[in-house]
Design a protein around this ligand. Sequence first.
Ligand code: SAH
Ligand code: SF4
Length: 335
Amino acid sequence: MILEKLEKILAKEPPFRLKQAKRAVFHELIEDWDSATNLSLDMRKKLKKNCPLKINHKLFKDPSGDTIKALIELEDDNKIETVLMLHTGRRSTVCVSSQIGCPLGCVFCATGQMGFKRSLTDGEIAEQVLLFCRYLKNNYKPARTVTNVVFMGMGEPFLNYENVWRAIGLINDKDSFNIGARKISVSTSGITEGIKKMADEKLQVNLSISLHAPTDELRQEIMPVAKKYPLKKILKAVDDYIAKTSRKVMFEYLMIKGVNDTMENAEQLSKIMDKPLYMVNLIAYNPTGQFKATDNKTIKLFKTYLERRGIFTTQRYEFGRSIKAACGQLAAKNK
Ligand code: SAH
Ligand code: SF4
């Protein structure tokens, strides 16, 4: 927990010291305090002793080379997973976790099925990005860097709002990772308190809603959280968010065979999604045990149906299935 340690160790120093040290770690990406030459020798010694920069982790690489999963071991021995996706060109996205496990128990999600341990601190969230910034710097010539961050790993970000938002501040800070707000996305299962808070934030981060079903009845079957947050309540919060921010909102729709992928479901979905700035993203289901994925042909038909009704619809490209690094497969099981 580098960030928390720095804040504690430098609490009594003039504020610029903390700024310098944070810049060295999160911007210059030093991995050894000896390289922080703008700090005094004494300070470097103190930090070397009390704030180690090593992040304990193991990497798992997808054979295609486009996905790398890191299993990070935290100080209390809990483990979290975070994923780097390398796109063509220079774009690279880190998918971060916001909690250890998830209390919401969606039936299709490996994280939801593993139960819940605790929320992550802002430092623990930021360190997932730091790990891959270092990796890209050290393994690519010319060096690559993390260009996008999505909160789509383990956990529900809006059940850990304050720490997630502090981490976003650091990710965006020009003296830190310097990633633009528009390159950062938060995905929620529909916690309306979080959607409301986000509408008032200064940073214009992207919002995604995990919808996955067009009716409350069906949604409650696969997402227990839907009982507390019915569609009407979620869509009202989203409409208020759009009225305040004029920003697009992405609705994620997982395609699960025989569960939510009929043409009737497409029709029901088209009715609630027919609003300006609403976008639908169809996601191929990554098997985690219980369900099967909808075949590609049906996904295409579903997509065409929505498009014919004027709904802006995309289909997500999946990274990292073979190393269990794809959406919903994160459960910290790899050894
Ligand atoms: N808890 C938040 C963010 C993490 S989940 C949320 O639910 O939005 C990130 C995304 O992965 C969500 O859209 C989630 O529904 C999706 N997901 C979960 N299980 C999946 C699976 N087995 N295959 C594909 N996507 C899955
Ligand atoms: Fe939690 Fe999101 Fe998985 Fe549902 S899909 S269990 S909200 S991480």
